[in-house]
Every structure is written in C-alpha cells, then in structure tokens.
Ligand binder design. Structure first.
Ligand code: TYM
Length: 332
C-alpha cells in the first residue's frame, strides 16, 4: 500500500495557504487512498527565535486543527514529531550523507538566514540542517508520496537525493519518495503582497487568512486584497499576480479552473466578494469542529498518544536498518 507522510510546523497559526496547499488533500484524498501519517513537526519550530510556551500552544492548536479539518485518527496516524525519537536518530545519519554545499543552496535557508542577519539576530545552525531533519521525517516511514505545497518541492528533491545516495553507498535502505502538489492553489500568495507566499510568520497579518479568523475578519482581508491595475478580469499569474491569487483561491474553494472563472467576472469587487464568501463557507465547519475539540482536550491528547505509538512502531525498523547499513554496531 502507498505510504504517505506530511507535516506542518507550529511556527504560527495555520493559514489558508496551509489548508489549500496541503491539509485539504490530506483530508479529502490522502487518508482514504494510502497508509498516511500526518505530523505536527514541532522540532522544526525551533530553528528560529522562539518562545517555548508559544510553540507548545501552537503545537496543540495545529493538532486540533488537523482533526477539525477532518483527519480521522481511525484512518490515518496523527502525531507530534518530538514524541517519536526516530526522527532525530535518523537525522544524524542523513547529516553524514548530505553536504554543507547542498544545504546552503536551499532557498528557505537563504531567505530566512538573510532576514535573521538583517534583524541582527544570529542564525541557528538548525536553520541550515533543517531540511535534513525533514528528509528524516519522510524517509523514516518508507514514504512513497509527500503531499505538500510548491514551496516544499526543493526540500523533497533533497530528500530524494539523500535517499538515493545513501542507498548507493550502503545498500538499499530507503524508499525514494516523490512530492505531490494540489492542481490549483499549490502556492497561495499574501493578499497584501501577491509576489510573496502567504506564510504563517509574516510580519503583519493583513494579507494572511488564518483558519481561525472570524468570518468578518476573513471578509475584510479578502476585500482589501491588493489587486493589479487594469480593468479586465483575466488569469495571468506573471502579469496580474494579485488577481490570479484571488482566482486561484476561489477556484480551489469551488473545485473549478481559475482561468475559466475569470471569464465570469467583469469587476474586481464582485470577484473579491465571491472569494470572501467562498472562504468563509470553506472554513465554517472547520471553525465549528475546532471549538468542539477545544472543549475536550483529553481527546486530542489521546489521539496524539496513540498516533505516536503507531508512528514509532513504523519508523523503528527502517531507522534500525539504516544504523546497521551505515556501519554502526548493533546494541545486541
Ligand atoms: P509549513 O509548516 O510551512 O507548511 C505546511 C504545508 O503547507 C504548505 N503551504 C502552502 N501551500 C500553498 N500556499 C501557501 N502559501 C503555503 N504555505 C504553506 C506547505 O507547502 C506545506 O506542505 N518543512 C515543512 C514541514 C515539514 C514537512 C516534513 C512536510 C517538516 N517535515 C516532512 C512534509 C514532509 C514546512 O515548513 O511546512
């Protein structure tokens, strides 16, 4: 059976980008068609300045949102990365497989590293090595497919390279995974700056729709989205990124084609209004279920406990095999 692994890192509140780019696929398709694991990858939240209490809070919130979005713990495994030691255990072996050059080339390292330096902050070594930990997340489970938004494509490429290299050097150990992306909205852009990705940890939240935003907040953010000069509504990602982003979001909500939707509008205002309402309706059941789950935290904890037990059982044999293959003496 196909094995799927994906994750979300608790560095901020989950956004519409996370949902359309990744989580929706997990909920609607992946958990039904494969043996799937979805993780709140909390170790990844420690690569930049962080507040321990906030990371803890956001980790529980992310797990609650994944369940509220519709991940069914009877069908898939939902767990917190740090509850399963195998990720960190395998990461070191992959650090011994990767080169510093290939990690320094990672776009996210270059961007986030530059931001930190500009703010006068030091850059944590883990920001550089983070894609190796991500590779370990994926490879520890013999993963075939990694459903992610576009921004993670380079990291999955690195994961493939490391798997192939390890297998060539030490004998076949890892399945070589591939990334899958949603057809529409694989990269939702910031509503205030449609040339940059809608990200959890952006400075101001004005261009970001958070999954838990109140309906009126969602409406306000979408209605104030930056559009391009020009009058006609046409779908052109390069020349009209603001408009294309709204069309992508609306198309993703409706299961339609963005270019086809463009023809149905003669004004930006009408497009914004429909997009705002479509997003509000998309998020309504999720918000409701989230409120219910928050009222029973014991349930979420229990799901995570069982999820970690199951994940540990799956990762153990792969990681043990990698330890033997690379030349480490078995403990006996
Ligand atoms: P993270 O937490 O930034 O994002 C989680 C998922 O949401 C997708 N995504 C988006 N998709 C479309 N438009 C956007 N604006 C947008 N923003 C985020 C991401 O592509 C991702 O699929 N490194 C990963 C977490 C991770 C992981 C893994 C993923 C760690 N280990 C192993 C897969 C497998 C990350 O930072 O995702």
């Amino acid at each position: 059976m196909t094995r799927i692994f994906s994750g979300v890192k608790p560095t901020g509140h989950l956004t519409l980008g996370n949902y359309l780019g990744a989580v929706r696929q997990w909920v609607e398709v992946d958990q039904y068609r494969a043996e799937a694991l979805f993780s709140v990858v909390d170790l990844h939240a420690l690569t930049v300045e962080h507040d321990p209490a906030r990371v803890r809070r956001l980790s529980r919130q992310a797990a609650t949102l994944l369940l509220a979005a519709g991940l069914d713990p009877e069908r898939c495994t939902v767990f917190v990365q740090s509850h399963v030691d195998e990720h960190a255990r395998l990461s070191y072996l992959l650090e011994c497989t990767a080169t510093d050059g290939e990690l320094r080339r990672m776009i996210q390292y270059r961007e986030k590293g530059a931001l930190a330096r500009a703010a006068g902050e030091s850059v944590r070594l883990s920001l550089l090595t983070y894609p190796v930990l991500m590779a370990a997340d994926i490879l520890a489970y013999g993963t075939d497919e990694v459903p992610v938004g576009d921004d993670q494509a380079q990291h999955v490429e690195l994961t493939r390279d490391l798997a192939v290299r390890f297998n060539q050097r030490y004998g076949h150990t890892f399945t070589v995974p591939k990334a899958t992306h949603p057809r529409v909205a694989a990269r939702v852009m910031d509503l205030q700056d449609p040339t940059s990705k809608m990200g959890k940890s952006h400075e101001s939240g004005a261009g970001i729709v958070y999954l838990l935003d109140e309906p009126d907040v969602v409406r306000r953010k979408v209605m104030r989205a930056v559009t391009d000069s020009g009058r006609e509504v046409e779908y052109d990602r390069a020349a009209r990124p603001g408009l294309a982003n709204l069309l992508d979001v609306l198309a993703a909500c409706r299961g339609a084609e963005p270019a086809a939707l463009a023809g149905a509008y003669t004004s930006y205002g009408a497009l914004k209004k429909d997009t705002a309402e479509a997003v509000v309706e998309l998020l309504r059941p999720l918000r409701k279920r989230h409120a219910e789950l928050v009222a029973e935290p014991g349930h979420v904890d229990e799901v995570l406990r069982r999820g970690a037990d199951r994940a540990r059982g799956m990762a153990r044999s792969v990681v043990d095999r990698a330890y033997r293959a690379i030349g480490l003496l078995p403990a006996g």
